[in-house]
Design a protein around this ligand. Structure first.
Ligand code: IMP
Length: 462
């Protein structure tokens, strides 16, 4: 199959970067399909760590890299990333893609503040702030749907028309923010002495206009009809990687709504995201050995008392251990991620929504020396046991109690390169994932380096 899609199976941050980079080696074309500057993907290239927020990972291997229409793009951030590559990347940006401007961030920020005030700190279930990345994601997709948004072709088009659109959207957002009783300010995120702090920065219309006009001029040369380009490439038998962002449980429709992002995350959504027919494709689901979650919303196997933001004084020692080992702090925001025991109920749901043909198990080495390992195989909700995940019902998920099975722990596996050499507890864990999903675990990552990977008969494009 010439098309391979990479999708996060859980709540994002599954380690998609490493797997994407591995399959990119063989690819001709790499396309990012959804999300925006909310996702930061970490890549390890030699002894250097590179975090990309907007550029597709193909740029690291100097391959043709595309941003599909379903991406929401912050032009000033893309310019900054391009500067780091001296603007020397083979990049194509779909003209239909929507642009995130500073007033989108201001609205995202205002809504989160207002929700927090209303919820008075109770954000366990469907109430309270979402804990967004404050990157303006929701407001940008919202304006796409209301047909008031600014597309990449508008950003690079007539300056007078562009300014008129910016002005009208700025005024619209200002009106909503003032109805909330708040000011038109941007969030400036900082980490000071280990603490996540947000400061208010005033925002003017002139700043938004200038940013739009200037970035449009710089980025215009990258405009490309991504939909046609991918179609032609597949028809010509080229190898295409579709790189998804976030994770299935953050999907706008099938995730834990409203504690979700605003794009379609599932594998079948890539056809619409890119604008291609349903070509046969390989779907690699990235499953982190343990789930993590940033932002609020229920995680049934959570070891951090469902507390958001994380309060380590009430966290289980296993959560602290794994968070420390895995440096589980957001690549975009620096916020600590909640950690839980592996959950097969969620994984089964994710399989049903995506149809994974292969599983890539990541960060497996970080589960070593935890004995016994607990794995959730069912939930008890109101006295009934079930292995069906009620993804839409956050209150039921908050009441759900995990039913665990125990697996013997295993020692350090970071030097293992063949499946046969894994200890028996580790193999049992892999077998449980295969039984749950019905898909082979064909890639196992046992460390951050490119060579710390076990491939089991994995052919990226066959
Ligand atoms: P937004 O996408 O910034 O609107 O955030 C909505 C929810 O999705 C919040 O809980 C975020 O923490 C979460 N989220 C967004 N992007 C990512 C990601 O790349 N990894 C993990 N969580 C994410």
């Amino acid at each position: 199959m010439p098309v391979l899609t990479i999708v996060g199976a859980l709540w994002g941050d599954e380690g998609k970067g490493k797997v994407t980079d591995a399959v990119n080696e063989e690819a001709d074309l790499i396309v990012k399909t959804n999300g925006g500057a909310n996702a930061g993907t970490t890549y390890v290239v030699g002894d250097k760590q590179v975090i990309l927020h907007l550029l597709p990972s193909g740029v690291l291997r100097k391959k043709r890299s595309l941003l599909a229409q379903n991406i929401v793009m912050r032009p000033e951030l893309l310019c900054k990333e391009l500067e780091e590559f001296n603007w020397d990347v083979d990049l194509g940006i779909d003209p239909r893609l929507h642009v995130t401007l500073p007033y989108h961030l201001a609205l995202d920020y205002a809504r989160e503040k207002a929700a927090d005030i209303k919820a008075k700190g109770d954000n366990k279930t469907s109430g309270g702030a979402i804990g967004t990345t404050l990157s303006g994601i929701g407001p940008t997709y919202e304006q796409q749907k209301s047909r008031a948004g600014i597309r990449f072709c508008d950003l690079c088009g007539d300056e007078t028309k562009l300014k008129a659109k910016v002005k009208s959207n700025y005024e619209y957002v200002k009106g909503i923010i003032s109805q909330l009783g708040l000011e038109m300010v941007m969030p400036d995120r900082k980490i000071i002495e280990g603490k996540y702090i947000i400061e208010d920065v005033p925002l003017t219309l002139e700043q938004c206009e200038e940013l739009a006009v200037e970035s449009g001029k710089k980025l215009k040369k990258y405009m490309a009809d991504v939909s046609s380009e991918v179609y032609d490439a597949v028809k010509a038998g080229k190898k295409v990687v579709l790189q998804g962002a976030q994770g299935t449980l953050l999907d706008i429709a099938f995730g834990n709504y409203p504690k979700v992002t605003s794009s379609d995350v599932r594998a079948p959504a890539v056809y619409t995201a890119v604008g291609i027919p349903a070509f046969p494709m390989k779907v690699v689901g990235i499953v982190k050995a343990y789930p993590t979650k940033v932002g609020s919303g229920p995680v049934v196997t959570c070891l951090d008392c469902q507390k958001w933001p994380v309060d380590e004084s009430v966290s289980d020692p296993v959560a602290k251990l794994i968070r420390g080992r895995g440096k589980e702090f957001g690549a975009t925001t620096g916020r600590a991620r909640r950690v839980g025991w592996p959950d097969m109920v969620v994984l089964k749901y994710s399989q049903q929504l995506n149809g994974f043909t292969d599983i890539a198990l990541t960060r497996f080495d970080l589960l070593c020396d935890i004995n016994p390992l607990k794995v959730c195989t069912a939930y008890e909700i109101d006295g009934k046991t079930t292995d069906k995940y009620p993804g839409w019902d956050l209150d039921a998920l908050a009441r759900a109690k995990p039913v665990y099975t125990e697996i013997e722990g295993f020692p350090d596996i970071s030097n293992v390169r063949k499946y046969e050499d894994l200890p028996s507890g580790a193999k049992k864990f892999v077998e449980l994932i295969e039984k749950t999903t019905g898909a082979p675990v064909s890639i196992i990552s046992v460390g951050p380096e490119r060579n710390q990977t076990i491939f089991r008969d994995f052919k990226a494009f066959e």
